[in-house]
Design a protein around this ligand. Structure first.
Ligand code: PLP
Length: 242
């Protein structure tokens, strides 16, 4: 990237961040919620580490990634270049068990736990790395659940939350969901809020509700989301998969 290209990209990211911030503020105001209750995670998957540096420079504190190999490479390089300014790293994609130990070594929060075997593998990796990991249970809000999509049916969330207590290096911090395709996101996120309330009754630290992406962040904020995962609206269309 030339210096000019870097400056252009910085201006582009600054503008789209500002537009997204305006949407978040308007939605918080409409919902009567303070802006500080909502954390913006910028999903940087498929975008280069140079974009993360620009975003960190623009004040972004949290990024999301969804593939281990790509994320591991980016985070390793960025840790050297950014030091303390490295944003918190959230793993938001589906996680394979054989990648869990690697992910446990460099991410701060895993959003996509949906089975105990994954928790076992993450715990092992976290212990080996001498780290504590914040984890969220992924809820499948589709009335017609599809095991390939990831996520637990709402009725199974409490059971898995209870089983997580066996893994001391994992801290249950809340829930995550994606609005089902074609569904009304407001209705779906409303159900997520109800499950979250149940889980919080037993686990008061499980306060995170990770919901809302580029297309539905307003509905998520209205339904009580605490963490938004926004990619396209800030970075533009994702480059094609490798
Ligand atoms: C890619 C991704 C996002 C970001 O989606 P956009 O529509 O680009 O904002 C959010 N959450 C998850 C789980 C993702 O995989």
């Amino acid at each position: 990237m030339t210096a000019d290209e870097g400056a252009d990209r910085r201006a582009e990211l600054a503008r789209s961040l500002e537009q997204t911030e305006a949407r978040i503020q308007a939605a918080c105001e409409a919902a009567g919620r303070p802006r500080r209750d909502v954390t913006l995670i910028v999903v940087t998957k498929f975008f280069p580490a140079s974009d993360v540096e620009l975003l960190a420079d623009l004040g972004v504190t949290d990024i999301g990634e969804s593939r281990d190999q790509e994320a591991a490479e980016k985070v390793t390089g960025l840790r050297t270049r950014l030091g303390d300014r490295l944003p918190a790293v959230h793993f938001v994609g589906q996680l394979q068990r054989n990648k869990a130990a690697s992910v446990a070594s460099y991410v701060d929060v895993v959003h996509s736990i949906d089975r105990e075997r994954l928790a076992v593998a993450l715990d092992k990796g976290a212990v080996r790395a001498g780290r504590q990991l914040d984890v969220l249970l992924q809820v499948d809000l589709d009335p017609d659940p599809d095991p390939d999509r990831g996520g637990l049916p709402p009725t199974e969330v409490s059971g898995l939350a209870d089983r997580l207590t066996a893994y001391p290096s994992l801290r249950l911090r809340g829930l995550m969901a994606v609005a089902p395709l074609g569904a009304d996101p407001a209705e779906a996120f409303g159900r997520l809020g109800a499950v979250s309330e149940q889980v919080r009754a037993a686990y008061p630290d499980a306060t995170i509700v990770s919901a809302g992406m580029s297309a539905d962040l307003e509905q998520a904020i209205a339904a009580g989301a605490t963490h938004l995962r926004v990619g396209t609206a800030i970075l533009g269309s994702r480059p094609p998969h490798r």
